[in-house]
Design a protein around this ligand. Structure first.
Ligand SMILES: Cc1cc2nc3c(=O)[nH]c(=O)nc-3n(C[C@H](O)[C@H](O)[C@H](O)COP(=O)(O)OP(=O)(O)OC[C@H]3O[C@@H](n4cnc5c(N)ncnc54)[C@H](O)[C@@H]3O)c2cc1C
Length: 536
């Protein structure tokens, strides 16, 4: 399998460049100051895209002057950036998002023109999709693009009108890609800053990622040439934005991983130094097994899944929208949880700004909202995966079970049980029309995502001889073995869709006694992980 990605050496150079740049330009004191002032350091964003650093080049194909990085490279850069600061990382995300419609939708000539300029001039790009009345629901777009024709009836220009909401880099961008309703449907247009009629509206005052710039952008009779339509054809916008979701959601998933690691690492460092009741916090089992170990396990599962999806994206041409949703849903939820627990782990210090974890938590909070909320991801995962599993007559999840069942030393047997039960439960949900209830779709989606992460972690742990990763995999497998059937039994029982005999049959199939037996050894595994992650 040939993977489209950079050489390890080149990737390490880029990660090293980011590290040096961050140490030099954005030390902690500065970041805390900008956060307090709610200030986006525009010069810093520009130097990140300037000739000496050029992080954006990773997203741009080689033929357009970039480095042509793959999904794996983007995941690594995004994770490391999120560990430093999610606000500035969001500026970079906006450049990548704004460039994406051009990358997937433009004609080769347009790509050379626009991406060539973004690469060479280091343009700050913004992605303008959301509107005041259209966030999750893009069918409600109100912005319009009216055709302007010459005497022969040829369309020469478009006139754009409307308001875009919550646009990252909105107030500092040189170039925008806007999704606007044209006569033949939603269409991406490339618009340059400075064009008459484009103005920057109110800047959002935000809870977190305060180092990023988020504004309304107002379009009032903005006239742009017809050649600025992405792909030179109206009505392709929704298709183009769907095409990049596998990729962009993986990037936000990596932000979840990086943000969560930033919180967890600070909590671990604190536990190595803080003494309470005569011993270090790291020696208190209740503390480590509540605030550190579960987060290290969830983030290990998220990382394994992200790497699995990056491999898929780098080795095939498919868009992988559902896998992008699974990664985004749980990596961002787990990252946010790890940041939340980091505040608790630092006690009163965690609540005070100078220890940074309260900022990390405010920053990670956005991740379950932008690039498609967690609820939108649950909807996508539930609808598509139930369909996929039903069409395959249950083979979709049963095959996963078969694959990991033999990997007993990393919890494969426990994961296989969950996957098989999930397969049966989702087929039954279809037969019994339970899927007409959105709550059922959401609950199933969560169980599916947790199971898929467990499969990925089993695979990764089985390939490795790292005993900490293997213990993390067993802990997660045990969690899923009990958690998935419990969640689904509760769903079925509370929905009242099964009669007594059917419900009894389902409870028997779930075999919770068996799942409880598989919890054996869990505390010893948690002890092992706690000791390893808090070691000096
Ligand atoms: C800091 C920040 C930066 C952003 N950057 C950008 C950017 O650069 N470009 C851009 O285009 N947009 C950007 N956004 C917008 C962001 O993507 C949207 O806010 C997000 O998609 C949610 O849309 P909404 O705010 O309209 O909320 P809504 O869509 O109104 O959602 C409100 C709530 O309802 C839930 N909900 C919605 N539909 C359903 C459903 N069918 N079933 C169940 N629940 C549902 C949602 O999950 C959410 O909990 C940004 C937002 C923020 C806050």
């Amino acid at each position: 399998m040939e993977l489209k990605r950079l050489d390890t050496e080149d990737l390490e150079i880029i990660l090293g460049t980011l590290k040096e740049f961050a140490e030099r330009e954005m030390p902690l004191e500065k970041r805390l100051e900008w956060d307090k002032e709610d200030h986006c350091p525009e010069d810093l964003v520009r130097s990140m895209l300037g000739p000496d650093v050029g992080l954006h080049l990773l997203f741009i194909p080689e033929e357009c002057g970039g480095m042509g990085g793959g999904a794996y490279d983007v995941y690594r850069l995004s994770t490391e950036f999120a560990r430093i600061d999610l606000g500035v990382a969001t500026s970079m995300l906006a450049v990548a998002l704004g460039t994406d419609p051009i990358r997937v939708g433009c004609t080769p000539e347009q790509q050379q023109k626009w991406m060539g300029r973004i690469a060479e001039e280091g343009l700050v790009v913004a992605y303008g999709v959301t509107e005041p009345e259209a966030g999750s629901n893009l069918e409600n777009l109100k912005t319009t693009a009216d055709r302007i024709t010459d005497d022969s009836g040829r369309v020469t220009h478009y006139k754009l009108n409307g308001v875009k909401q919550f646009i990252s880099n909105g107030g500092i961008a040189d170039l925008y890609t806007f999704l606007v309703n044209a006569p033949d449907g939603p269409t991406f247009f490339v618009v340059e800053r400075g064009v008459e009629g484009l103005s920057v509206g109110t800047e959002a005052v935000k809870n977190g990622i305060r180092l990023s710039n988020t504004t309304q952008v107002i379009l009032e009779d903005v006239v742009i040439p017809a050649e600025n339509i992405v792909g030179a054809k109206e009505g392709e916008g929704i298709k183009q934005s769907n095409e990049v979701f596998g990729f962009t959601r993986l990037m936000v998933a990596a932000f979840g991983l990086g943000g969560g690691l930033a919180g967890l690492e600070r909590a671990i460092a604190f536990s190595r130094e803080r003494v309470a009741f005569g011993t270090l916090l790291r020696e208190k089992q209740g503390y480590t097994h509540k605030l550190l170990v579960p987060n290290s396990v969830r983030l290990a599962a998220a990382r394994a899944y992200i790497e699995y999806v990056a491999d898929l994206l780098d080795s095939t041409e498919e868009d992988r929208q559902v896998e992008g949703s699974v990664a985004k849903l749980l990596a961002t939820e787990y990252g946010d949880r790890a940041a939340e627990d980091a505040i608790q782990a630092l006690g009163g210090y965690g609540y005070c700004t100078e220890y940074e974890v309260e900022k990390i938590k405010r920053d990670t909070r956005i991740l379950t909202i932008y690039e498609g909320t967690s609820e939108i991801q649950q909807n996508i995962i539930g609808v598509f995966r139930i369909r996929q599993n039903v069409r395959s007559k249950g083979a979709f999840y049963n095959n996963m079970a078969d694959e990991v069942a033999g990997l007993e030393h990393v919890g494969g047997k426990a994961v296989a049980r969950a996957a098989r039960f999930l397969s049966d439960a989702s087929v039954l949900a279809f037969k019994k029309k339970l899927i007409r209830q959105q709550h059922a779709i959401f609950e199933m989606a969560w169980a599916m995502a947790e199971t898929e992460l467990a499969v990925a972690l089993c695979r990764a742990a089985a390939k490795s001889d790292d005993e900490v990763l293997q213990a993390q995999s067993r802990i997660w497998a045990a969690e899923v073995a009990l958690g998935v059937p419990s969640r689904l039994l509760k769903l079925y029982s509370s929905s009242g869709i099964l009669d007594e005999a059917e419900m009894k049959d389902m409870i028997e199939k779930a075999d919770l006694n068996g799942a409880i037996a598989l919890q054996a050894g869990g505390v010893a595994d948690m002890d092992l992980v706690a000791k390893a992650i808090t070691a000096d």
